[in-house]
Design a binder for this molecule. Sequence first.
Ligand SMILES: Nc1ncnc2c1ncn2[C@@H]1O[C@H](COP(=O)(O)OP(=O)(O)OP(=O)(O)O)[C@@H](O)[C@H]1O
Length: 290
Amino acid sequence: MQLNQVGFRYGRSGPGIRQISWQQGAGVLGLLGPNGAGKSTLMRLLATLVVPQEGQILWNGHDVAKKPDALRHELGYLPQDFGVYAALNAWEFLEFLAAVKGLHGAKAKARIEFCLQAVGLIERAGDRLGDYSGGMRQRVGIAQALLNDPSLLIVDEPTVGLDPDERMRFRHLLTELAADRLIILSTHIVSDVEATATELAVMAAGSLQFFGTPEQMLAGAEGHVFEWTIASTELGLWREKCQVSAAVRRPEGIRLKVVADAAPTAAAQVVTPTLEDAYTWLLSKSRKGA
Ligand SMILES: Nc1ncnc2c1ncn2[C@@H]1O[C@H](COP(=O)(O)OP(=O)(O)OP(=O)(O)O)[C@@H](O)[C@H]1O
């Protein structure tokens, strides 16, 4: 999938996204950004629900705006606001969606069985969706997105509302599914993509701030993450002065971690960035540039 200078605006001068370009093959692309960054807007463009006002999205070399069906046949999409029919069980729900996608009879049955197996719900297929946990419902969401064995799987903020165990299971599932397809996953939580993403895109205020491997993102923050200990009473002051990435209470005071162009004080020591630090660094740079 290739994006060339993609832009979209809500209204004439409203918010939107601008000049998004990247190229990506198989694997997991983690799309990170704070609320309102434009992630869902971009996901809707990639899912052919909206047409770019500027630039192009290419799938297998073809402009998606001109030939959306070529991508739609190979697309699985789990939107942010995915809802299920509480009164149906998982099998009935998938049977309904399979019929909508043109799958019927033995072919549909085999595919539903495969998808429920893949997301670990085959044993619970006869239970009402209304009785499922949030994590189980998200897995049904993934199962429906897999019905047509998509080459491109788009999942928008899939871990919202999940507990830590469910999040972890969800991440493992995506890693398994990424072997032979492109998965694009949007989130505002770094740990959702830390262990799974082969590539990362960071968006802020409608623009792409970074596109590359997690290693490249880490390298970009090298020399910009500092740690030192302050008195508890100084925390407010430092928060005003610096972009704080972490503040951990210790017996001797607060261990403060900040991202900055240069050491904010002589006591600050350079430390190796985590991906969370690198993300905070990118966002602080984008705020300064805004
Ligand atoms: N249908 C719409 N009409 C007008 N503005 C919209 C619409 N949808 C989104 N926006 C605005 O576009 C900007 C980007 O929103 P978007 O939902 O794409 O961001 P996001 O990164 O997915 O954030 P979130 O995680 O909060 O959904 C925001 O300022 C948002 O308020």
